[in-house]
Structures are given as C-alpha cells and as structure tokens.
Ligand binder design. Structure first.
Ligand code: IPE
Ligand code: IPE
Ligand code: MG
Ligand code: MG
Ligand code: MG
Length: 339
C-alpha cells in the first residue's frame, strides 16, 4: 500500500519521506529468510505503513544542525523498526485486535509468532543502526541514547500494565508513564538525528526536551482519539482503552471530577470493577460520563500546554528559522491528527 506523502509544499520533508519509504521497502524485500513464519508477519506490519514520523524526526533533526541526512537514514530506519517492534508487543499487552486497519499479528497468526517476530524486528533495528556510516564515536553515542530510550519504553509499558489494575493513580503518575512509553522515543529520535548532525550537547538536550513534551502531547491526543476517533481512519479498535481500564487522562480526570458527585462516581467505579460486561455498553456508558464532566476539552487543553512547552525548547535552538518551521509543521500535523 502506498504511504501517503504529506506537506507537498515543503520539499525536504517530502524528500525524506520518499527516502524513508524506499528504505523500508528495500528492508522488506530483503526480509526473505527462513522460517517464513518469522519474517512474513514483519513484512505484513511494515507494508501497512503508519505515519513513519519518528524516522522523519531523526532526518529533520540532523538537517536542523546542517548534518548530512543521508547518514541519518539507517539509524532513522532502525528507530522505525524499533517502533514497529514495540507496537507488535504492545498489541499483545493490550489485547488489541486491529492495527493500521488490519488484524494485529497475534490475531492473524498467534501470540507466539507475534512475540518472536517482534524479537527479530528488535534485532534488525540494532543491525540497521550499527550498519550506518555514522563515525564510530558518534555511533556509540547514539547507541547509548537508543538503549536508554528503549529501556525507558519498557518501563513505561510496565507502568501502563500496572496502572490497569491499580485503583488510585494520579495525573502526575499518568504523565510520567506516557513520557516513558511514548514521549522518550520521539525525544530520542530527535536527539539521535541532532547528534548525527553534529549538535552540541546543550542543543541535543533541548531538542530531546522538545520531543519529550511533544510526545506527551501526542500520547494525550492518542488517548483522546481512542475514544473519539473514526475507527476506520484511526485504524485501531475504538474504545480499547475503556475496555481495558487504561488509566488515561480522560479516565483519571473523570474520576477526579466525580469526587463531588457520588452518583457518577459510583457509576464509573461500577464499570471499572465490572468483572463481566458488554463492551459496546461499557464504552457508551463511560463515554457519556466523560461528556458529563467535559474531560475531552480538559485533555485537549492539557495537550496544547505540552505542545507549547515543547515549542519553547525548540525556540531556544540557534538554528535556521525555515528549518525550524519544517519541524513545527510536522509536529503540528501530529497533534492535530485523525490517525
Ligand atoms: C502509535 O504510534 C503508538 C503510540 C505511541 C500512540 P503512531 O501513531 O506513530 O503509529 P503509526 O506508526 O503511525 O501506526
Ligand atoms: C503505545 O501506547 C505505547 C507503545 C507502543 C510503546 P498505546 O497502547 O496507547 O498505543 P496504541 O494506541 O495501541 O497505538
Ligand atoms: Mg496499544
Ligand atoms: Mg499500550
Ligand atoms: Mg492508544
């Protein structure tokens, strides 16, 4: 399936998207080892595309510091592979039936295949980062960032699991959890690109903070879309977070605001603790409670706060204004998104 190209008016973004798409296509065409049960699910997942924004962030960050983005391509592709690995395992953890509008790997094949092909993809991610022409000292540096981020993602995913079962979670804990499971990978994608581009330590730190805050905004948006998106456009099961009792911003805010409304609080708690339920009925009822407390709007405001905070870090960077604009237009499209 062709990957949609966005921002036709901005050349460099378009060029990088083409290079990334070609790189993934080449990777898939070379992925023909045995046993086929290991590799076929990977070709399946990768051919479904996705936004491929993390590698684009890496390329743009490299360009931002006037580096040669061609050198950043393999590490950027490695990051996209890591992201896809994390999605394959995330869909097992979340018991998710749909990804990119198609059955998830564990659903189409089985859980064991999803675990193993995910593992293989993680190894391939490292292979691509190592097989890049980044000078060896810088390569060690970017591998360090990659390793740190990859471990933080696992920590975030574990907290996400822990919080499904925990009864009292506060919003600051949720923000930390999404920082780990989602935001640090965006931050790391940018930092790795910046380091390949030759950024100074302080600038690399600022671009990491930019990515971290944008990433928190991105996950807040993802949580909103999980409830409110058009399922076909979003490509994932609508209401999956409600079914799984994910402690999203929406749920935590609704729980907080129901503190003064015993009736609504009781209703929400009953749905959370219901041992058995009809999924459609639960999604409708919990969404109605969200409407009652207006939590979608509160979540959107919170998302905008993190978005603006992220931009303040980008604005500190002593780089070409037009290149900054490229990056801003990309992150804007990620925050105001339907998929
Ligand atoms: C999905 O990431 C996982 C989250 C962190 C919310 P994306 O929304 O970037 O997924 P694809 O790669 O575009 O499908
Ligand atoms: C994703 O969080 C985080 C990682 C994949 C590491 P979600 O579970 O919300 O992502 P989606 O909604 O399934 O894409
Ligand atoms: Mg998920
Ligand atoms: Mg998840
Ligand atoms: Mg989600």
């Amino acid at each position: 399936m062709p990957i949609p190209v966005i921002f036709s008016e901005v050349n460099s973004i378009q060029q990088y998207q083409v290079q990334i798409n070609n790189g993934i296509e080449k990777f898939c065409s070379e992925l023909n080892g045995r046993p086929v049960e290991l590799y076929e699910p990977l070709r399946y997942t990768l051919s479904l595309g996705g936004k491929r924004m993390r590698p684009l962030l890496t390329m743009l960050a490299c360009d931002l510091f006037d580096g040669d983005a061609a050198i950043a391509l393999n590490p950027a592709l490695g990051i996209e592979l890591f992201h896809n690995f994390s999605l394959i395992h995330d869909d097992i953890l979340d018991d998710a039936p749909l990804r990119r509008n198609k059955p998830t790997i564990h659903q189409k094949w089985n859980r064991n295949i999803a675990i193993l092909s995910g593992d293989a993809l993680l190894v391939k991610a490292y292979e691509l980062i190592c097989n890049s022409s980044v000078p060896s000292e810088r390569k060690i540096e970017i591998l360090k960032v990659f390793n740190q981020v990859a471990l933080l993602v696992c920590e975030g995913q574990q907290l996400d699991m822990n919080y499904e079962k925990a009864s009292v979670i506060i919003i600051s804990q949720y923000i930390k959890m999404i920082e780990l499971k989602t935001a640090v990978l965006l931050a790391g994608s940018l930092k790795i690109g910046a380091l390949i581009g030759g950024a100074k330590e302080e600038d690399a730190k600022n671009i990491y903070e930019f990515g971290k805050n944008i990433g928190i905004a991105f996950q807040l948006q993802d949580d909103i879309l999980d409830v409110y998106a058009n399922e076909e456009k979003f490509g994932k099961q609508k209401g999956g977070d409600i079914i799984a009792n994910k402690k999203t911003f929406l749920l935590l805010k609704a729980l907080e605001l129901s503190g003064h409304n015993a009736y609504k609080k009781e209703e929400l708690q009953q749905w959370i603790y219901a041992p058995q339920f009809d999924a459609k009925h639960k999604i409708e009822a919990v969404t109605a409670i969200y409407e009652f407390f207006n939590v979608k709007k509160i979540a959107e405001d919170e998302m905008m706060n993190y978005y603006k905070k992220g931009l303040s870090f980008l604005n500190q960077l002593p780089v070409n204004a037009q290149k900054k604009e490229n990056l801003i237009s990309l992150v804007e499209s990620l925050i105001v998104r339907e998929v």
